[in-house]
Ligand binder design. Structure first.
Ligand SMILES: CC(C)(COP(=O)(O)OP(=O)(O)OC[C@H]1O[C@@H](n2cnc3c(N)ncnc32)[C@H](O)[C@@H]1OP(=O)(O)O)[C@@H](O)C(=O)NCCC(=O)NCCS
Length: 120
């Protein structure tokens, strides 16, 4: 068994500045339609985008595959985030993501458990 772990911290002020400068170009390049509409449905869009961004980077760190934006987040009906993997990636036996944010900081951690012992 192999456990892969990734985490990331995102400065929400930076996300707000990027949103102001690049607007939809930034959103469409890095976030899924679901992620954009979820974040826009909330009163503070940037904190939710920052949480998604942190989750994507955390996923990239855990898997070391592809482009962080190719990982995306959806939610269970109770609000728990679900990490969806890009095509071409070995599916882990178990996978989980957790996201948190406070006023100016978002954090995410991803854990994936594989059957193999590959240390890569
Ligand atoms: C859902 C809950 C865990 C979120 O915690 P929080 O401290 O308010 O907020 P955080 O910034 O740490 O986490 C927010 C993220 O948690 C995630 N989340 C939401 N519901 C979740 C759930 N049921 N399970 C796991 N994660 C969840 C989401 O990714 C959310 O981000 P989003 O708003 O961008 O979608 C919290 O509101 C809650 O319901 N806690 C239950 C425990 C409780 O009753 N505590 C109070 C007494 S001790």
């Amino acid at each position: 068994m192999r456990i892969a772990l990734g985490s990331d911290i995102v400065d929400i002020v930076r996300i707000k500045k990027i949103m102001k400068t690049f607007d939809n170009h930034f959103l469409n390049r890095f976030f899924s339609d679901y992620e954009i509409s979820y974040a826009k449905s909330k009163s503070n869009t940037a904190i939710h985008l920052a949480g998604f961004w942190a989750a994507k980077e955390a996923a990239y760190k855990a898997f070391g595959f592809g482009f962080a934006a190719s990982y995306n987040i959806t939610h269970r009906s109770n609000g728990k985030p679900v990490l969806n993997l890009p095509e071409g990636l070995t599916r882990p036996k178990s996978l989980d993501v957790s996201i948190s944010h406070i006023e100016n900081v978002a954090f995410a951690v991803v854990v994936a458990i594989f059957d193999d012992n590959d240390s890569e």
